[in-house]
Design a protein around this ligand. Structure first.
Ligand code: 6R9
Length: 655
């Protein structure tokens, strides 16, 4: 066990000014955290009241983490409607307040300010359109849209009629889209003609057409016009949102759903080839999303909150849509990218819309850091009160730049650790309570019991300073409930390696102050620009190409992306390696999965290091990709140790 005591030296306590106005200060955190662990029933029984219930719950928590009978229920006999909690209940007090600020890809186009009243109208119309298309409670709807207000309307419209949405990131390929439509047996796909992003356009409708070639004929399409460019049209299957919107009734009674009825499915990568459909339910999720949004970001009425994620990821679900709107906040939705039309765009948008809380990913910070601080200094960022980060460990250099250049050394930074599976923040500083340390996600949120386990013995390490795998000992309301259609896979993935605990898949260190430092995934998942990717997914895409016999994929350190994708490829007999073939394979993977899975480096491998039982030794491949082959460890169990010399000699990442 090695404890990096140096890293504990730099500590940024909250400023007295911030503390004075904050919802939660250090004493309050201690008091509430203790209460939340000592008596979860009482704590969450009270917290559950932050939302409106149609029928109030009488049971708070019913959870079993035992392998073979894992079951997670919160507020189970309560009923509610999530969309009504995000919209209707605010109408009386803040009907004219802006709910969503929409900033388009091109800064020359007009931004929109959508009030809670307007949001209500549009969501009701979308709900009526979906009902007219035959969507009923618990039916699935896939949403494949750019970052436009209609993406928010679509999610909330599903929630309003009790349908289950599954948002698919607009950067995903037709194949990935088709697999998700089939995976959840969706009735309708909501898409747009094109998706403008960074001045370019992705043909979403045409991607949808291709995807649906592999889906049931009964799947219908609802198309939102975004650019107005021509698309193909299949009469009977395709429905014109803009035309239907004009006619649709603008009121709709929200459907009553049970707390444990599913709200959404979100596909995410794991260590095996097939992405998993993570299922979140209604009551616990919305309580936790609202609560974490309020306390982690210290959100106050009237603040403008901006989370730069895409709604295709969980961060966009919880912190663009559900958390902020449950709190009656003003949330900003940005269609573009940080570097279009130039590297000042984030800060231009912060200035333009007087953003108070700004939440982004380390990869964006690193990319902008490389462009120079002039881009930040051109803009007035005086409205910023807080900065946040999510998606991967933030390196201290990026943290310091964020703090000094963007935050002028006076804004707290919250480094929030969580996952698609957790629904909301589990480890994070609370800005008025916790002293921040660059690179540490610090302390657990209320009700969250992290433990560090010894990876070999599976025993809890009780000393404060510890290093091992990160597990959670008991449930929190926004925990995922199951894998869509495969509860056994849910249990196997999260509850079988360490019995009685939820296993996060991350390694971590806990320092002598009890602060947590995430060290990255301990499974075959890599984190590329904050996007999770199973190495097995990229491998199966590669071997699907006719020239490839075998492939092994690992991550390697990448300055901007955090991790890059390093592929070892064994070609079929008789196929000649060439740079052209590299390009072909790269494009092939982009087509199969999407541009985010594009291989960074492809090394031709005449053989892969395997054990005598035929298992690829990824540890060795990782070390070679990291250019750290001095530390290969024991290779004596390899069937043919000589392949390693060839791989080292021809490695792509020579530093
Ligand atoms: C919200 C989100 C989850 C994985 C997670 C971990 C990494 C996320 C982090 C972080 C260090 C942070 N991760 N936040 N690592 N510090 N603040 O990103 O969900 O896409 O499911 O990814 O991302 O490895 O296990 P998701």
């Amino acid at each position: 066990m090695t404890i990096d005591t140096k890293a504990q030296a730099v500590v940024y306590p909250p400023s007295p000014d911030f503390v004075a106005k904050a919802h939660i200060n250090a004493e309050r955190y201690e008091e509430l955290y203790k209460a939340s662990i000592a008596d979860p029933e009482a704590f969450w029984g009270a917290e559950g009241k932050r939302i409106d219930w149609i029928k109030p719950y009488t049971k708070v928590k019913d959870v079993d983490f035992t392998l073979g009978q894992v079951s997670i229920k919160w507020f189970e006999d309560g009923t509610l409607n999530v969309a009504a909690n995000c919209i209707d209940r605010h109408l009386e007090t803040r009907g004219d307040q802006t709910a969503i600020i929409w900033e388009p890809d091109d800064p020359a186009d007009e931004a929109l300010h959508i009030s809670y009243r307007e949001l209500h109208r549009s969501v009701c119309k979308m709900a009526n359109i979906l009902q007219d298309m035959g969507v009923r409670k618990s039916d699935r709807v896939v949403i494949y849209l750019p970052m436009v207000p209609e993406a928010a309307y679509a999610m909330l419209a599903c929630a309003r009629i009790g349908a289950v949405h599954s948002v698919v990131f607009a950067g995903f390929s037709p194949d990935a889209l088709g697999a998700r439509v089939n995976g959840c047996d969706a009735k309708v796909v909501i898409t747009s003609d094109f998706a403008p992003r960074g001045g370019r356009k992705t043909a979403l409708k045409s991607n949808t057409d291709k995807a649906l070639l592999h889906c049931k004929d009964s799947v219908k399409v609802l198309m939102v016009r975004r650019t107005g460019d021509q698309t193909t049209w299949i009469e009977g299957r395709d429905h014109d949102y803009n035309a239907l919107f004009l006619e649709a009734d603008d009121t709709q009674a929200p459907v009553e759903v049970g707390a444990e009825d599913p709200l959404f499915i979100l596909y995410t990568s794991g260590s095996t080839g097939q992405p998993k459909g993570v299922v979140h339910t209604s009551g616990g999720y919305i309580v936790f999303a609202g609560m974490t949004h309020k306390y982690t970001f210290d959100y106050h009425d009237g603040d403008v909150f901006w989370c730069t994620a895409d709604v295709g990821w969980v961060t966009g679900h919880s912190y663009i849509i559900y958390g902020p709107l449950a709190n009656g906040a003003t949330t900003l939705m940005f269609e573009g990218v940080p570097t279009f039309p130039d590297a000042g765009r984030f800060w231009a948008v912060c200035e333009k819309h007087k953003v108070n809380q700004f939440y982004t990913a380390p990869t964006a910070i690193r990319a902008l850091m490389g462009q120079g601080k002039e881009w930040v200094e051109k803009y007035d960022l005086s409205d910023l009160k807080l900065l946040g980060t999510v998606g991967e460990p933030i390196n201290p250099e990026a943290w310091n730049w964020y703090n000094e250049v963007v935050g002028k050394g006076t804004r707290p930074i919250v480094d929030t650790w969580w996952q698609t599976e957790t629904g909301g923040h589990l480890l994070t500083p609370l800005p008025g309570a916790t002293a921040a340390k660059p690179g540490s996600a610090t302390k657990p949120f209320f009700g969250v019991e992290p433990v560090v386990l010894d990876p070999q013995s599976g025993e809890e390490i009780h000393e404060t300073a510890a290093e091992g795998v990160l597990c959670i000992k008991s449930s929190w309301p926004a925990q995922m409930r199951t894998v869509w259609g495969d509860h056994e896979r849910f249990e196997q993935t999260y509850f079988s390696d360490y019995k009685g605990y939820y296993f996060s898949g991350d390694g971590c260190r806990r320092d002598a102050d009890g602060d947590y430092w995430i060290t990255g995934r301990v499974d075959d998942v890599i984190n590329v620009s904050g996007h999770r990717m199973g190495t097995a997914e990229v491998e199966s895409a590669l071997v699907a190409h006719e020239t490839v016999a075998e492939a092994a994929v690992v991550g390697y350190p990448h300055d901007i992306k955090g991790q890059g994708i390093y592929c070892y490829v064994t070609l079929m007999n008789g196929v000649e390696p060439s740079d052209d073939l590299r390009k072909t394979l790269r494009n092939f993977v982009r087509q199969e999965i999407g541009p985010i899975a594009s291989p960074d480096l492809i090394q031709w491998a005449p053989g892969l290091p395997k054990t005598r039982s035929g298992k690829i030794m990824r540890r060795i491949l990782r070390k070679i990709a990291e250019d750290d082959y001095g530390a290969l460890g024991d290779i004596s169990t390899l069937a043919d140790p000589s392949v390693v010399d060839d791989l080292i000699e021809n490695r792509m990442n020579k530093s």
